[in-house]
Write a protein that binds this ligand. Sequence first.
Ligand SMILES: C[S@@+](CC[C@H](N)C(=O)[O-])C[C@H]1O[C@@H](n2cnc3c(N)ncnc32)[C@H](O)[C@@H]1O
Length: 234
Amino acid sequence: MPNFPDGFDLVTDEVAITDRVLRVTHPRVAEDLIDEAEYEEDERLPYWADLWPSGIVLARHLAGLDLTGVRIIEMGAGLGLPSVVAALGGAYVLATDWYGVALEFATANAAQNDAPALATRLVDWAAPPADLLDGPRFDLVIGADVAYESRHGAQLAPLILRLVRDGGEVLIADPRRPAVSSLVTNMREAGWRHTREEVEYEGRPDEQGRVVYLHRFTDPPWRNPSLGTAEDIG
Ligand SMILES: C[S@@+](CC[C@H](N)C(=O)[O-])C[C@H]1O[C@@H](n2cnc3c(N)ncnc32)[C@H](O)[C@@H]1O
């Protein structure tokens, strides 16, 4: 049974992912959760409480891949939809966020969709846990709408490069936010090949409209044709 945290006014969205409809439960109004003290400390805002278009686009993309036995880490997982889809697809998934309560929602959202349990971990991109950095690396690093402030590219690129294995892959869904350019630049300067696919999204338009970019970074010695192709802009 899903066990959502107490004390929230909840709402459940139904999201079509290929041949099934998944349920994503979240607080009704994210803005009601703003905590001035948290914001003062590190400009933390409760964006985890919304399901963002990029999360849906990334989840749909993952649903089309063979992820059996693939080791995945999701950065800024929020409500966890891509992680849930990856777990349903047979991946081992570690969902991470800097809000513990987001990880409780991701766990409960996995349960209410009969997905295998997610592993979860509190991870702040600015101060990631040392044992995670030194631990086993991941085949695939994913993130949806995780580069929206100027600081994010500089935080995420070195972290992702520590987490992904040689020959691995990184998938970032992004609603064309300007801040993503520094993530792309840092990944390319580290020698990673970058391709970008434009995905039309029919739901709630984001600030930049109804197109989400799916950025794919691959380590050049390695190619996995089953993970698809996109226009090569790298
Ligand atoms: C715009 S939301 C996207 C949430 C989810 N990926 C989706 O697409 O629905 C950004 C997410 O990144 C997380 N985040 C922001 N800054 C972070 C940081 N420094 N460390 C870890 N997570 C962070 C937020 O808590 C939030 O869950």
